[in-house]
Unconditional design. Structure first.
Length: 330
């Protein structure tokens, strides 16, 4: 039986703009009479992005289609994979899309891959924001094998994060929006249309309200929905306007403020790191890699004027590799 990884118990909020897309449904792509995933993320949980990890030792299998989800797999290791009777094989490191109607897959040898699922309704919403047009299933290309660098790097970074942590609502929302934008802007028939060049700017008063809200809720699980609501904007437009105004994504800003508060708290507090981490909104002792080896060492660093962190925090710890390689932040 596959291991199901739900969201943390205190992390059940999703984006209001994604309410129609988020669901607890398990994509039908997971169903098979021959194979089963080793781990499923987001199944049975109200979320947008869902994922599954697979280890295949069969030579052939049939997977059921699901028009409610866009599904693609990153071939992590093993051999080549073929879809139906198509001559082009998906090599290790490439991405293969699962057709909405399902497909038969053939494997050269034992293979390992991660499959990501994005609600089609979310991609449609992003398409409306970018091109002011709806997205139909036949308007999205689903190739058997693609080495498109931006999508491969994004999928690789996401699978690495999913394999090592329990994702928060903000992370899943950001990843789902990022992947949706890549798919719509690169693989849809609307891609030849010019994308909107500007999303406007956040007014000073709205930006001030957002910053004040962040400072007063650092101990809470802040997500894009909360911040966008304070600014009276949609999450999609808010993320871009915030980045254009401050130079960092909302998630990067929140994380930097949490780390700074942890630094100040450590300077005059004898509590253990895990207690301070919880107070500052971290789900675990994730601040320790950015801080010196001990509380006492950190206190000495503060008093001596030594740098408090190894380098300035300009990208979120979890999303940094993804957005650095993609050249974009949500």
């Amino acid at each position: 039986m596959p291991v199901h990884t739900p969201l943390p118990a205190n992390d059940t909020r999703g984006l209001p703009s994604c309410a129609k897309a988020a669901s607890a449904a398990v994509p039908r792509y997971v169903e098979s009479d021959v194979i089963a995933p080793n781990r499923v993320i987001g199944a049975g949980t109200l979320s947008t992005l869902k994922a599954s990890f697979w280890q295949i030792d069969e030579r052939e299998t049939v997977q059921i289609g699901d028009p409610d989800f866009i599904s693609f797999a990153l071939n992590l290791r093993g051999g080549r994979v073929w879809r139906n009777n198509e001559p082009t094989a998906c090599e290790v490191g490439d991405i293969a899309f699962q057709p909405f109607e399902g497909a038969r897959w053939r494997f050269e040898r034992e293979a390992s891959f991660v499959q990501l699922y994005i609600p089609f309704a979310l991609a449609t919403s992003v398409c409306q924001c970018l091109y002011e047009r709806d997205l139909e299933h036949d308007q999205l290309r689903t190739p058997c094998a693609t080495g498109y660098p931006l999508l491969v790097r994004a999928a690789t970074s996401i699978q690495g994060q999913l394999a090592s942590m329990a994702p928060t609502a903000l992370l899943l929302d950001s990843w789902a929006l990022l992947l949706s934008e890549i798919l719509v802007s690169r693989l849809s028939s609307h891609a030849e249309r010019y994308e909107r060049s500007s999303f406007g700017s956040i007014p000073d008063r709205s930006l001030a309200r957002v910053i004040e809200f962040v400072e007063s809720h650092l101990g809470s699980d802040l997500d894009l929905a909360s911040l966008a609501s304070v600014a009276a904007m949609s999450p999609y437009h808010f993320a871009r306007r915030f980045k254009a105004r401050l130079g960092v994504s909302p998630h990067a800003y929140v994380l930097e403020r949490r780390i700074r508060r942890a630094q100040l708290t450590l300077a005059g507090n004898d509590n253990a790191l895990h207690q301070i981490a919880a107070t500052c909104g971290f789900s675990s002792n994730r601040i320790s890699p950015r801080l010196p080896a001990s509380d006492e060492h950190y206190t000495r660093c503060l008093s001596s004027g030594m740098p408090r962190v190894a380098k300035p925090i300009t990208t979120p710890v979890e999303l940094g590799p993804l957005f650095q390689c993609c050249g974009s932040e949500v």
